[in-house]
Each structure stands twice: as C-alpha cells, then as structure tokens.
Design a protein around this ligand. Structure first.
Ligand SMILES: Nc1ncnc2c1ncn2[C@@H]1O[C@H](COP(=O)(O)OP(=O)(O)O)[C@@H](O)[C@H]1O
Ligand SMILES: [Mg+2]
Length: 342
C-alpha cells in the first residue's frame, strides 16, 4: 500500500506491550495511557491506549489518527499505525527514548542535565519548525491547540518531535478563526481562546511563547507562591527583562552555562508570541526565522570566540608556559557551551 502507516492486529500489540503491563507504562495523559513495546520485528514502539470508550474519547482518537496520518515532518511524531475494534482504540507511534521536555525540565531527569543549553536551542528551533509546518505547509492547515512541555518528545538525538494531536483542528482554506469549546492546558492558553473560545493559529503561537520561556528557565507556566497566590511565567519574566537581568531568567541548574545573546533572543521572541492581542503576535514562520537568526548568530559568534581563543593559546604555546595547564585557564571561552553570561 502507498500510505506510510499500518493497521495492526490486537494480538500483535498485546504481544508487543506484554498485554499492556503496568511495567510497560511510560506516560499518562487525559486521553489514555501510553505503553512501551517491541514488535515481533524488534522495533520499539509506543502505544497509546484509550482509557474508556466514550463519544469524546472516540473523537480524540479519530482526530489524532486522521491528522497524524496526513503529516510528515522531522519535528512531528510519526504515526506507525493504529488498531480500532470492539472497545479498544490503540495508536502506535515511533518510540521516543528521551521522553518529553516535561521530564527534563521538571521531572525525574531534570537533575541529570541531559538537556544542556545547545540541546535546548536545537529543541526550540525544531519544535518551532514542526508547528510552522502545521500552520503553513499542511493542507488543510492544522492548529494543534495543546502545545506544551509534555507534548514535545525527544528522539535519541534529542531532536524535538511535537506530539499529541487529540485536540488538533483542521482549518479549511479562507477561514481565519473558529469558535470552539476550550480545550488545552491552563497556563498555555491564549486569553482570547480561554475567554471566548476563539481559535486561530495565533493561539498556538501564544502557547509556543510560554513553552519558550519554560525551556530557557525550567519554570512552570503557572507557579504557586507560598501565600497561595499564583503567578504566571510572563508576570515572572517581565520585570527581569525590564531590568536587563537575563542571568536571573536562565535555568539555575545550568549554572551559567548559557549563551547570553541566545537567551536574550529567545526571550524577546517569546514575549512577542505572548502578546495579549492575537493580531500582534507573529506567525510561526516569522518565529522560526527570528529564532534561527538569534540562535545561529550566537553559535557563529561562539565559534569565532573559540577560534580566537585557540589562536591566543597557540601563540602562548610558543612560550610553553606549562604551569598554566590544568588550572582551568585553557577552558576560557568554554567553546562548547558558549560564553557565560555576565
Ligand atoms: N512515542 C512516544 N515515545 C515515548 N513516550 C511517549 C510517546 N508518546 C507519548 N509518550 C509519553 O506519554 C505521555 C502522554 O502522551 P500524549 O500523546 O501526550 O497523550 P495524551 O493525549 O494522553 O496527553 C507523553 O507526555 C510522553 O511522556
Ligand atoms: Mg499530552
């Protein structure tokens, strides 16, 4: 057949996941549980299993399969196939060995620091490209409606794969916005959507802006303060930006191994994305361009600094000042991770 996915048999998926054994469970969402499995051909898969059959759940299943079947992009999670029969609705995906951004920013793995600064920058560009593809290249256009940390998965190379299309909407040509029931996650919802159910691409842009702030700071979109009040990430970041205190924005776990110029570029783009007026938010295409401009310029500059530092080292080597080895001075410029922020 010429479509890129398969229809699985229940037997095969039961076998792959050890009959949906609890030990195989890797995720839990509103829609169902996700299980790790291995097919008879030895391929690792993730299987999403609908919790309980209801009209709403059936709808989410249909939407997700329909939309995932249409899209192909290196920054979108690929559909491998599905099973629908009796009371079972199962969706089969490629298995993402590095889980979701949630795990690395707030979860069990956040102390391992696998998500260093350069990886975060790659995830930012990749996820922006995935969403831009949905908005501008997919036909009809697709609004995701649930962009958030737990819905951005990471493959073996820590490349971003936007996932979870259960709330997505197909937008027919010529339609600028729809009014729908509000779905999605508190903290990521654009105000016009949360209040009036107005959905357009700019709702995803808003959520993406929140996600950008979350990736660089490792703070949750809504933070509970000790006095019981809540503060959102935009309220938290704004005074730091106004005071030019970008070092206070970066995830403290990175211990300053952050590129200051890239951080500034990402935060600037994020604040444009979360503009209260949907008309004033950028389109995802622009977001991709700005991010690439800001992040890649930072990378180029770091290479130049590293090259200049190497040259200085060479010149100093001529005088063979052996005592200075091992003192850490030769790590100056820390070319791999970029200059520290001042
Ligand atoms: N392909 C996959 N590989 C690895 N983990 C996955 C995969 N798909 C989902 N997960 C895990 O399961 C969680 C829930 O999956 P998701 O598709 O977001 O379902 P829901 O609609 O229930 O939110 C994700 O946040 C992630 O931790
Ligand atoms: Mg999810």
């Amino acid at each position: 057949h010429d479509y890129p996915w398969d229809i699985y048999s229940l037997k095969e998926l039961l076998h792959a996941t050890n009959s949906f054994h609890d030990d195989n469970k890797i995720g839990e969402g509103g829609f169902g549980s996700v299980y790790w499995g291995r097919t008879s051909k030895g391929v690792e898969i993730a299987v999403k299993r609908l919790k309980a059959m209801s009209a709403k759940a059936e709808m989410e299943f249909a939407v997700e399969v329909e939309i995932l079947g249409r899209v192909r992009h290196e920054n979108l999670l690929s559909l491998r196939g599905f099973y629908a029969g009796g009371d079972e609705r199962l969706i089969v995906y490629d298995y993402m060995p590095n889980h979701s951004l949630m795990t690395h920013l707030h979860g069990q793995m956040s102390n391992d620091l696998l998500l260093d600064w350069p990886r975060r920058m790659n995830v930012i560009i990749g996820s922006a490209e995935g969403v831009a593809y949905l908005h501008h290249e997919a036909n009809p256009h697709i609004i995701h409606r649930d962009i958030k940390a737990s819905n951005v998965l990471l493959d073996s190379n820590f490349r971003a794969k936007v996932a979870d299309f259960g709330f997505a909407k197909l937008i027919p040509d010529g339609v600028s916005h729809l009014t729908t029931r509000v779905k999605g996650t508190l903290g990521y919802l654009a105000p016009e959507y949360a209040m009036w159910g107005k959905v357009s691409e700019s709702c995803d842009v808003y959520s993406f802006g929140i996600l950008l702030l979350e990736i660089v700071s490792a703070r949750k979109p809504i933070q509970k303060l000790p006095d019981g009040l809540k503060r959102d990430i935009v309220q938290w970041v704004t005074p730091h930006v106004l005071n030019g205190e970008y070092d206070k924005i970066a995830d403290p776990k990175l211990k300053g191994k952050v590129d200051g110029a890239q951080l500034r570029a990402v935060v600037t783009v994020a604040l444009r994305c979360v503009n209260g007026d949907p008309e004033k938010r950028p389109r995802m295409e622009e977001v991709v361009q700005w991010l690439k401009g800001g992040i890649l310029a930072g990378e180029r500059r770091n290479k130049e600094i590293a090259a200049a530092a190497a040259k200085v080292e060479d010149e100093e080597d001529d005088e063979t000042d052996y005592e200075r080895f091992g003192t850490g001075e030769f790590e100056l410029g820390s070319s791999k991770h970029g200059a520290k922020i001042r």
